[in-house]
Design a protein around this ligand. Structure first.
Ligand code: ZN
Ligand code: ZN
Length: 295
């Protein structure tokens, strides 16, 4: 996550097609420095009066610049924005990628323009950046691009990933309740009621403990707990789409968590209302544009 991507040196780096003008945001270096300042202050001994973190005056001035501006202290100069490297997934690490990969490909690369204001690009909501999916064959990249471009400004710090490595776990998921036959969904709810009577809050719930895992994932099932089920159809051929990628604001939730360490927000990414941002793809034709939805 967070690059660098296995991108051929002789292939143009993608640029956002929307003219964003002089929009406010934050420069990536400033956002990263902000993170480092906060992290360093946490590592110092706390003041005896127990009031706040021990920042130096210079650090406090930098933090104030962020907060006073609503965390958008910088302004874009209006030039075309190179897309931001978000993540890449190899089929050798994520076997379920193979069920989505167009023939001859084994690598999925995800980039985005870190601004939410875009013309209609197939998103079902305006809760996240404009994403770009690129499939390729890893072995065909002879010479990867060194010094990969990065947008000079991002709308929000939360759209800037912390570079990190994924350790994927394979999990069996079960459909969101509204996808199930009504009678089965009702039986599950009755079963939950019985368990809750017996165990109270400790009783597991189908939705949060047993069927849908939180965190970034490839494949699996899509949750619709914020809006109820919205079926997603391909804008070109009308086929019902399926979820390829879920980007989540949290890696833990319900009874789920990465094993054996507790990681709260390792990616640094928060999307939507601190929820999940999902890419749906067309099973009939992988060249049809994907669609994004948030929950
Ligand atoms: Zn853009
Ligand atoms: Zn289609």
């Amino acid at each position: 996550m967070g690059g660098p991507l296995l991108w051929p040196a002789d292939e143009a780096w993608p640029v956002c097609g929307t003219a964003h003008g002089r929009v406010p945001g934050v420069r990536p270096e400033r956002a990263r420095r902000y993170e480092r300042i906060v992290e360093a202050a946490w590592a110092r001994p706390r003041p005896a009066d127990g009031e706040g973190l021990p920042y130096t005056d210079d650090e406090q001035a930098e933090l104030d610049e962020m907060t006073d501006s609503g965390y958008q202290p910088d302004r874009h100069d209006g030039s075309p924005l190179p897309l931001l490297a978000l993540a890449q997934f190899h089929a050798r690490d994520v076997p379920d990628l193979a069920t989505f990969a167009p023939p001859g490909t084994d690598l999925l690369q995800v980039l985005w323009c870190p601004f939410t204001d875009h013309d209609d690009d197939g998103r079902l909501s305006d809760m996240g950046p404009s994403t770009h999916l690129r499939w390729r064959r890893a072995a065909e990249v002879a010479e990867p691009w060194a010094d990969q471009p990065e947008p000079p400004v991002v709308e929000r710090q939360k759209y800037l990933p912390n570079p990190c490595v994924l350790f994927p776990e394979r999990i069996v998921e079960y459909p969101y309740g509204d996808y199930l036959p009504k009678e089965l969904d009702e039986r599950i709810q009755a079963w939950e009621d019985t368990l809750t009577e017996r165990a109270g809050d400790a009783a597991p719930l189908y939705q949060y403990d047993l069927s849908l895992a939180p965190g970034w994932k490839i494949g699996g099932w899509d949750s619709w707990h914020r809006t109820d089920l919205v079926r997603v159809f391909c804008g070109v051929c009308g086929t019902e789409m399926r979820v390829l990628l879920t980007m989540d604001s949290y890696e833990t939730g319900g009874s789920w968590g990465p094993f054996p360490i507790d990681l709260h927000r390792p990616t640094g990414i928060r999307v939507g209302r601190d929820g999940a941002y999902r890419a749906f793809v067309c099973p009939a034709d992988p060249t049809h544009p994907h669609r994004m939805s948030s929950q």
